[in-house]
Structures are given as C-alpha cells and as structure tokens.
Design a protein around this ligand. Structure first.
Ligand SMILES: Cc1cc2nc3c(=O)[nH]c(=O)nc-3n(C[C@H](O)[C@H](O)[C@H](O)COP(=O)(O)OP(=O)(O)OC[C@H]3O[C@@H](n4cnc5c(N)ncnc54)[C@H](O)[C@@H]3O)c2cc1C
Length: 443
C-alpha cells in the first residue's frame, strides 16, 4: 500500500525518554528491512508485545523464527500506550461468572494475573531495568456513589468467590490523599498491577530476542500471504524479499489494515482511537501532592480517563472516538477533563500529545486462535494489552505448534466471517456519544 505504511511514531513522551534509537546495548540486527528470500519454521507479523512474545516462546522451544514489521519496533500501540500493567479484562469477573459460571471466572482470573507474571518474567530474564516496571498497584477511582458501590461489591465478590485478596477498598479521604484530587468518592486498589515505560519495554523485548539470534526485520510490510498449493505453509511477500514459513502468527491488532494481507484480522475488532497528553514537569508543591504512591489510576466513567505520573509529569489519557490518528481532535477535551479532576493543573503546560488505536472486541475480551491450518492470531486487548498481549503472544505460539494452552473464553474458533467494518466508524461514534451522555448524567 501507499506511503503511510512506514512513518515515524507519534511524537510521544516515550520517544523522547527512550531516544530515537533502540537501546544502546542492543546488537543491531533490528532496524534493517528484509532484502532476501528465506525459509523459516514460523514467521511472526507485527513487532509489538504480541508478536515479540510469540517469537520469544518459539525461540525458547528452539523453533526457527523471524519477525516482520511494516514499521520500527513498537511503532504501534505497544510503543504508545499509557504503560499501565493490569490484571483484569474489560468484562468484570462477576459478569464472567454470571454469563459463564464460576469455574470459568476462576480460570479467567488466573489468566489475567498470568499476564502480569509474564511481564515480570520478561523484566527479569531480559534485564529490562530501563522499562522501569513498578509493581505499585492500580487504583480505580469512583466518580459517583453508585459507581463506588458497584466497584466495592466487585472487590468483595472477587475476595469471596475467587479468594483474591489483592483488591482493597479505599475511602474518599484515602483516594483524595493518594491522587490529590477531590473529585472521587472512594476507590478500589488492585495491588497486582503496576506501571512500565511501554516503549522501553517493547524495545527491550526486541533487543533481548535479537541477542538470542531471532531476526527482526523492520520497515518490512507483509503485502501478501500466499498459500502453497497442497504442500502446506505460507509465503509472505514483502517489498524486497519473501519469507516461506510452515506457520504464521499474526500480531497486528488494531493496525491490521496497514496492508490487505492482514486486513482480515481487523474484522475481529472495533478500532478505537485512544489519546494521551503529558504535562511539563510539575512544580515541586504539586509533584509532592499528586499521585504520591506512583500507581496507575483510572476513573469509573464509561468513557474512562486514566492517569499516572512519570518523571514528575502528569500523564492523562482517554478514549476519543471522534478523530483520526494524527488529528488534534480530542486533546483539548482531554486537557479540560484533566483540569476538571485536578484544578491545580490549570496553568500547567501540556508538552506532549499523541494517540493510537486500541482494538476493542464485541465481547470485551481478547481473542486468540487459529484462522486456518497455517495461521494463528492474537488481538483485541480492549485497551489493556501490556500484560495480556505479553501473555497471549506466547499462547499463540503454543497454538501454532499444535499445543493446547488453556485459553478459556479467550479462545477464538476462527476469524470472524462477518466484517464489522461497515458499521465501525458510525457505530463507534454512536456508542461513544451515548456513553458520554450517560457519564454526563452521572448514571
Ligand atoms: C494510546 C494508547 C494507550 C494505551 N494504554 C494502555 C495501558 O495503559 N495499558 C495497557 O495494558 N494497554 C494499553 N493500551 C493497549 C496496548 O497498547 C495494546 O493492547 C498492545 O500494545 C497491543 O500490542 P500488539 O503487539 O498486539 O499490537 P501493536 O503494538 O499495535 O503492534 C502491531 C504491529 O503490527 C504491525 N503491522 C500491522 N500490519 C502489518 C503488516 N501487514 N505487515 C507488517 N507489520 C504489520 C504494525 O506496524 C505494528 O507495529 C493502549 C493503547 C493505546 C493506543
């Protein structure tokens, strides 16, 4: 496709913090496009958390693997996100139990926490100190009494039914002390969560894989997937070379429509634009008062905003379905929302604005499965993919090798035959508008 395939990442705080180049200690096999024909056992498309974690699992099993990305490592959501490492799904555990029974809720609960364990394992194994993972927990801040009652009940349910004691209720005063905002009536702290520098994390994964001799070709869009007739396997055509592979893993998530070769995977998703802003360094008085425990924080509104502090700056994010990536729409609204919650930030300058696409799914859960005998995919993290994509990439690798990891509700029977494309843009706007209306009413 056209020139939009390769372009610099959004000018984010992460890019400035990490520097333009990969980590200095990374041997440089990343960065180069593919310029020859080669054969491997498994080819992975996408060098975000999904693809790289799949490549890691394959490398661990001694499977010859190559990773191809149309862009630099972490150009997609993995290099742009808020860096909140969470152990939950968008669908709550009580809702999972109501719909699918207690045993399923227990398995899903374990999978959610497995995601955090995988992040920890990568940090240790690849020595990713620069990613600054902090297991500080995540505080959900209730914007109304009704929302507070609901998240309190959920914390109690998780404790009683799943034996999970990592969620604790915080009073209005405690939330005010922690966040520095008077806007909340209480909250629930999940201690098995944390924060990370997302771009450092994804680059660190790539560097670790490169050290282990996994080739990662950047600026290498897969333009076509050609099925072999009869003999099995797939040939991936890229601008200057081909890869012949017995199996392919697709980790392209909300950017799947970069080329027609992977566009079918977008059918599983409703891509939603998610935007972030970061302020200048806060003056000392404010820095001491806001978000003193350095956790991640999220509101209970449907069109949820989240925030955290990084290097003395306030980071504030939210989903904004109303503009295309690269447009400024949404950033002003985000700044207004930030000042509403933190009036003291009124005079503080916003220095960074960036956005990216998250892959939402209609059942609010990620999907991992085989799209045919040669191809496996994982996607649809619903805005919570740092831990989950790190986990599901590994499960996708296992599926590709014919193993049967326990996936519970995350198992997708195949690619959705019904494209959501036609309903997508207007549908997303409609739902987002409705949610904003309900949030404004406080219901
Ligand atoms: C602004 C924002 C904030 C977020 N905040 C959080 C958060 O705080 N916590 C959290 O857990 N999650 C968050 N998320 C979600 C999280 O970032 C994603 O779920 C996760 O990064 C998905 O990783 P991935 O590897 O599946 O996809 P991506 O990281 O998007 O990678 C997909 C890659 O595929 C490549 N690609 C696509 N098509 C092709 C092709 N045909 N050929 C070759 N390459 C191709 C792209 O170039 C891209 O690099 C956020 C997302 C955004 C956008």
């Amino acid at each position: 496709m056209k020139q939009t395939l390769t372009r610099p990442g959004a000018p984010s705080l992460w890019i400035d913090m990490a520097g333009a180049a990969p980590q200095a200690d990374a041997p440089v096999s990343t960065g180069a496009p593919l310029e020859r024909d080669l054969s491997v056992e498994v080819a992975v498309i996408g060098a975000g958390y999904s693809g790289l974690s799949a490549a890691y699992a394959l490398q661990k099993r001694g499977v010859q693997t190559v990773v191809l990305d149309a862009n630099p490592v972490g150009w997609g959501a993995s290099g742009r996100n808020g860096g909140v490492v969470s152990s939950k799904f968008r669908l709550s555990f009580p809702a999972i139990e109501r719909l699918h029974g207690l045993e399923t809720a227990k398995t899903m609960h374990r999978l959610a926490h497995d995601g955090v364990r995988v992040v920890e394992q990568f940090i240790d194994e690849f020595k990713l100190d620069r990613a600054r993972f902090e297991h500080t927990g995540s505080l959900r801040c209730a914007h109304t009494e009704r929302a507070f009652t609901s998240i309190r009940a959920e914390a109690e349910w998780v404790k009683q039914k799943l034996g999970d004691t990592t969620m604790t209720v915080q009073s209005r005063a405690e939330v005010e002390h922690e966040t520095g905002s008077k806007a909340f009536v209480g909250g629930v702290l999940s201690s098995d969560a944390g924060t990370i520098l997302p771009l450092e994390y994804v680059r660190g994964l790539a560097a670790g894989l490169t050290r282990r001799k996994v080739d990662i070709y950047e600026s290498t869009p897969v333009l076509e997937m050609i099925r072999s007739d009869g003999s099995g396997g797939v040939t991936l055509r890229t601008p200057n070379g081909t890869v012949r592979a017995k199996q392919v893993i697709v980790g392209t998530n909300a950017y799947s429509n970069l080329t027609p070769a992977t566009a079918a995977y977008q059918r599983e998703l409703v891509p939603f634009r998610s935007a972030m802003i970061a302020t200048e360094r806060l003056p000392a008085g404010l820095d001491d008062r806001l978000m003193v425990e350095r956790r991640s924080y999220a509101e209970t509104r449907r069109m949820m905003k989240w925030f955290r502090k990084v290097d003395g700056r306030m980071l504030f994010g939210g989903r904004d379905a109303f503009g295309k990536e690269g447009q400024t729409a949404g950033f002003d609204a985000l700044e207004r929302a930030m000042v509403e919650l933190f009036p003291d930030l009124a005079g503080v300058r916003v220095e960074y604005q960036w956005s990216g696409y998250v892959g939402m799914t209609f059942n609010s859960l990620p999907h991992v499965g085989r799209s045919d005998g040669d191809t496996t995919f994982c996607l649809g993290y619903n805005g919570a993919g740092v831990a989950m994509a790190s986990l599901l990439g590994q499960h996708a690798a296992a599926l590709a090798l014919g193993e049967k990891p326990e996936l519970s509700l995350l198992a997708a029977p195949g690619l959705n035959p019904v494209p959501f494309h036609s309903l997508r843009a207007p549908g997303v706007r409609l739902v987002a508008g409705w949610y904003q209306f309900l949030d404004a009413l406080g219901v």
